[in-house]
Design a protein around this ligand. Structure first.
Ligand code: ZN
Length: 340
């Protein structure tokens, strides 16, 4: 009960990449970089296990960014000529690559880190990939001329990699869809269809992560504009409850999301964010247990998985480690407090 897990990314050690950045530059290249990525993956596996996480991940140590880490392995994308585009409904500008021809995977995307992690942990293993809607909101289309068509093309590639990850022994495959909180009508019109395409044929556990973003300035400013109560989840959770996705990862700690909206996810596992990734203040285990207690009013015990609100990539490494420890200890307290 209350098996802790994480949303996905973890900070990169200073010998691997620039620290405290969302788009860090690698410190090395070639063979050295490959072995540095492997070392960082193993380091975080150990720290997640020591913190008591039941489902662990690779901490996304092998990718520079959660969307472009996937796109780099896709043929038909021009990374040489990036263009400026407003993303997440113009919340911020990003330099994005362009889709210029039919999309195809160049090969395996996350095989190396997934097999490495599988060989070195007996815990459940989760791998994350960007969701189709979030991908199409992070590239410029010069080929398909239709957002949905392009999303379905990406969903097909995600499915190809997801099936291979399942064969590598991955237990949970999660798609990150921060765009679901921005384009709520599109979620109902085609976003969930695209996710279904991405999970087609999978027998492992499937998850979708929907958050209000990393704790970067553009997101913090955006959140200020959303008012006292954030009700985006209210529009999309009923559709997700009716979907074939097994788990929904959402933010809860220090969030303006009304907790009762979690009740709309009836029948799904809920990965409740009990760790705030937009604050460097480390939660106490008691605070974590309190947040679990609040969520228990709306999520059944056997469906509740304590988690981080979002990825921790841009955070200080030491703070992230202490937050993971608070997550594990808080889940333990909650088992004693609410377990009976
Ligand atoms: Zn997130």
């Amino acid at each position: 009960m209350f098996e802790p897990t994480l949303a996905g990314s973890l900070p990169k050690p200073s010998w691997l990449a620039e620290t405290n950045k969302l788009w860090p530059q690698w410190k090395n290249s070639g063979k050295e970089l490959a072995s540095d990525k492997a070392d960082a993956t193993l380091l975080w596996l150990k720290l997640q296990e020591d913190a008591g996480l039941a489902t662990v991940g690779d901490g996304e140590q092998s990718r520079q960014h959660f969307v472009h880490g996937f796109l780099e392995f896709v043929e038909g994308i021009d990374f040489e000529h990036k263009v400026k585009m407003g993303i997440r409904d113009n919340r911020y500008d990003a330099m994005v690559p362009q889709v210029t021809s039919e999309l195809r995977l160049k090969g395996r995307v996350h095989q190396v880190e997934a097999r490495l992690a599988r060989a070195h942990t007996k815990r459940k293993l989760k791998m994350t990939m960007p969701g189709p809607m979030t991908i199409v909101d992070t590239v410029a289309d010069r080929f398909y001329g239709d957002k949905v068509k392009m999303a379905m093309a990406f969903a097909g590639l995600l499915n190809q990699e997801a099936r291979a990850l399942e064969a590598d022994g991955v237990d949970v495959i999660q798609f990150d869809e921060p765009a679901f909180n921005v384009f709520m009508d599109d979620v109902k019109a085609w976003g969930i269809d695209a996710l279904h395409r991405a999970i087609d044929g999978l027998k492992c556990t499937t998850a979708v992560h929907i958050c209000y973003g990393y704790g970067i300035k553009a997101n913090v400013d955006w959140k200020k504009s959303l008012g006292d109560e954030w009700r985006q989840y209210e529009e999309i959770f009923p559709a997700l409850a009716a979907s074939r996705i097994d788990q929904v990862s959402l933010e809860c700690a220090n969030s303006h999301v009304p907790p009762h909206l979690m009740a709309l996810l009836e029948g799904k596992d809920v990965l409740v964010g009990v760790i705030d990734v937009a604050s460097d203040v480390v939660e106490t285990p008691e605070e974590v247990a309190d947040t679990i207690g609040r969520a228990l009013q709306f999520v059944p015990k056997h469906r509740l998985f304590p988690c981080t609100n979002c990825g921790m990539a841009p955070m200080d490494r030491d703070i992230a480690q202490r937050k993971l420890e608070a997550l594990g200890k808080g889940a333990e307290i909650a088992r004693t407090r609410y377990g009976a």
